[in-house]
Design a protein around this ligand. Structure first.
Ligand SMILES: [Zn+2]
Length: 443
């Protein structure tokens, strides 16, 4: 324990040296979590170890009280939200996911029941228009299956899974113009299946169903790659609205990320021969800064969001590191993390799709992978910025209380700061019963 605290202290000093220079997008420099006052960080160090423990505890209490406060605001605000939007992205499934998360972190059964209220609401309003977890019916159905499962209502849970699998026919049809990306396409349906199996145990959704979806995604990527004469360099190429997007939401990073999930059971040969060279192709498109373009044809190094840019791609790089065990992927992920640290406090707001909370998740994931406290510190600093919700003069999103654009996402992130070892970017990262394998730090 003492060792951990000393390590934390060491990194705090390193970061504090850098802080003033790095927050150039920041509207107002964040106050220190671990030191009192705002007038320069350095003079507060070193502090005696026992005090720091207390301060961290204080920070936890600040987060807990802010969560309570924001939850109240959110519930009040949701009274005027679109009653028909049942999506995870901007609607009621997102709120159900938030309460499920609060149940996970606190074990308070009331949160699970709250989640159930929202689940019931969404299941009455399935619209059959879209198929993904984030923007379509697969979200409400998958979350419904999991919430009912946790409540031991196996009949209702199974009914959700049956309906979820009925969507599959549209997904695997090769002639449809369904895209492959995460928000509206096949990868977003694949996530729903993997989510159910991760939360309920393997076999809840049968492997053959998963394989059919994976095969459809691979076929589609191969076809476009051939059409574009990129079969050698990028064997799996994807587009959305005729643009070859790179990021997590609409692009290749999100699709490759799903294909590399162990639960997707993509065979090693496909991973090595198809996915890996495609990721390397994407890596070569990165900007000098370490950030990534929003699409292959875009030369502007502007967006540092989960949806477009390094905060989304970093997850793909970390997953590539886990799957292929090559240092270059971890190195690139660390570079992404530096860009996010420098430019990731966003005027767009506090949300997770294109806001500070979503960018903060990249640090939590890198912390889990490396166990390097530096990244936990960075996540805490972004969380601290979110604690002053509304005070930074950010733009107000269209759905200000939703999971992906607004307040629910920020609450989700803050609650994950309380349990960083099991934190997961919602509707994207998959949980695991085991902790991520520890990796050796670069010396
Ligand atoms: Zn976005």
């Amino acid at each position: 324990m003492i060792g951990t605290l000393l390590l934390l202290h060491f990194y705090l000093q390193i970061e504090c040296e850098k802080t003033r220079a790095t927050y150039f997008i920041c509207v107002k420099p964040p106050q220190s979590i671990f030191a009192w006052g705002t007038s320069g960080y350095k003079r507060h160090f070193p502090q005696p170890v026992p005090q720091r423990k207390k301060i961290i505890h204080n920070f936890t209490r600040r987060i807990q009280s802010k969560i309570k406060d924001l939850l109240q605001q959110m519930e009040e605000g949701l009274k005027t939200a679109d009653p028909h939007d049942c999506s995870a992205y901007t609607g009621w499934t997102g709120i159900a996911l938030l309460y499920l998360q609060l149940y996970r972190v606190t074990c308070d059964q009331n949160y699970l029941l709250r989640s159930l209220d929202y689940v019931k609401r969404t299941l009455r309003n399935l619209n059959g228009r879209r198929v993904t977890f984030l923007c379509g019916d697969a979200g409400p159905l998958a979350v419904g299956a999991v919430v009912y499962h946790k409540l031991k209502s196996d009949g209702e849970s199974q009914e959700c899974i049956t309906k979820l699998l009925q969507l599959q026919r549209t997904i695997v049809c090769r002639d449809s113009d369904l895209p492959d990306e995460l928000l509206f396409g096949r990868a977003g349906y694949l996530y729903a299946l993997l989510y159910v199996n991760t939360e309920m145990g393997p076999g809840a959704v049968c492997e053959s169903a998963i394989k059919e979806v994976v095969d459809a995604i691979i076929d589609s990527g191969k076809t476009l790659s051939k059409e574009e004469r990129k079969a050698e360099r990028c064997p799996l190429l994807y587009q959305w609205h005729r643009k070859q997007y790179v990021g997590a939401a609409h692009g290749m990073a999100g699709i490759y990320y799903m294909l590399m999930q162990p639960a997707a059971k993509v065979d090693q040969e496909t991973l090595t021969e198809m996915v890996k060279p495609s990721i390397d192709y994407m890596r070569h498109k990165r900007f000098r800064s370490g950030n990534y373009p929003s699409s292959l044809s875009n030369e502007t190094d502007r967006l540092v969001h989960w949806c477009h840019g390094a905060p989304g791609v970093i997850h793909t790089l970390m997953q590539a590191y886990k799957v292929f065990k090559e240092e270059k992927y971890l190195r690139d992920a660390v570079e992404c993390s530096d860009v996010i640290w420098q430019r990731g406090l966003l005027r767009k707001g506090y949300g997770i799709c294109h806001g500070t909370a979503g960018n903060g998740y990249s640090f939590l994931s890198l912390y889990r992978l490396t166990q390097d406290k530096k990244y936990l510190y960075r996540a805490c600093k972004f969380a601290e910025w979110c604690l002053e919700y509304g005070a930074h003069g950010c733009r107000i999103p269209d759905r200000p209380y939703s999971l992906f654009e607004g307040m629910a996402g920020a609450i989700h992130f803050l609650s994950d700061i309380l349990a960083p070892e099991t934190a997961r970017f919602p509707a994207f990262e998959l949980g695991s019963s085991e902790r991520d394998p520890k990796v050796q730090k670069d010396s």
